[in-house]
Write a protein that binds this ligand. Structure first.
Ligand SMILES: Nc1nc2c(ncn2[C@@H]2O[C@H](COP(=O)(O)OP(=O)(O)OP(=O)(O)O)[C@@H](O)[C@H]2O)c(=O)[nH]1
Ligand SMILES: [Mg+2]
Length: 230
């Protein structure tokens, strides 16, 4: 066996193992009635800023928590802790994405049935996270007004593997000469039925719509769970 064959086989093994763990996680989340949303994007798109606002808006009415992945620092976990909800950091070291086993380990000691929403902030990267299922109910991909409308065309797997696009930093759209119509076209050329929201963590714009959307997702998933149990 040559080196390349061995590398391909090892990678397939890692992905297969991840799928098994993710399937078990998904079953755990469903049994506990917790709605799990993961966030992927390139570095600095605004995942943590978006989550800070979202956690603050949800925590009055819902039990919320978040896990946040970072290669080297706990900066994001410290920022999110200001929302005064349970937060745990996953430090991935040299690994450029979260894996299902890392999520499983980080949940140790938490009673999932005590939660309504759990958010997973992935490591900032538009490539690696796309291959790893984390057992989430919904995957958000964030695209900021400052990073260029062509990103969905350049990194199709991450947009194809997500359920919803969140356009962030919309307060900077005109300064950055962001071509929103082109961005919509590019997203939908990769994923035709993609739902898209526009937000700004600076002004809070678009966040009420996001909260209403998540509330309806939670209600639907609980109704579906009740029907399955019946
Ligand atoms: N003007 C403006 N700035 C924003 C917005 N959202 C985030 N930022 C800024 O963008 C920078 C990066 O935001 P983060 O929330 O750290 O981005 P991130 O995606 O979590 O970054 P990584 O975790 O490193 O991948 C920070 O300086 C934020 O203040 C926004 O809606 N408008
Ligand atoms: Mg972050």
């Amino acid at each position: 066996m040559n080196t390349l064959t061995r590398l391909v086989e090892m990678r397939q093994h890692v992905l297969k193992q991840n799928d098994v763990t993710a399937r078990a996680l998904r079953a755990q989340f469903q049994a506990a009635g917790v709605f799990v949303v993961s966030l992927v994007s390139s570095p600095g798109t605004g995942k943590t800023a978006f989550l800070e606002i979202l956690l603050g808006m949800l925590r009055g009415a819902y039990r919320v928590a978040a896990l946040v992945g970072d290669m080297a620092t706990d900066n994001d976990a410290r920022r999110l802790s200001r929302a005064q909800v349970p937060i745990r950091q996953i430090t991935t070291g040299t690994v450029c994405h979260l894996e299902a086993q890392m999520v499983q380990n980080a949940l140790d000691g938490w009673n999932l049935a005590d939660l309504d929403f759990l958010f997973l902030e992935n490591v900032g990267n538009l490539v690696c996270p796309s291959s790893y299922d984390l057992g989430e109910s919904l995957r958000f991909v964030l695209l900021s007004a400052t990073e260029g409308e062509d990103k969905p065309l350049k990194y199709p797997p991450i947009f194809n593997g997500a359920d919803v696009t969140i356009m962030t930093k919309m307060d900077l759209a005109s300064a950055a000469e962001f071509d929103k119509a082109a961005a919509y076209r590019n997203i939908r050329s990769v994923r035709p039925d993609m739902q898209i929201f526009e937000v700004s963590a600076k002004t809070g714009g678009g966040m009420n719509e996001l909260v209403a959307f998540l509330e309806s997702c939670l209600a639907h998933s609980r109704m579906a769970g009740t029907k399955t149990e019946a």
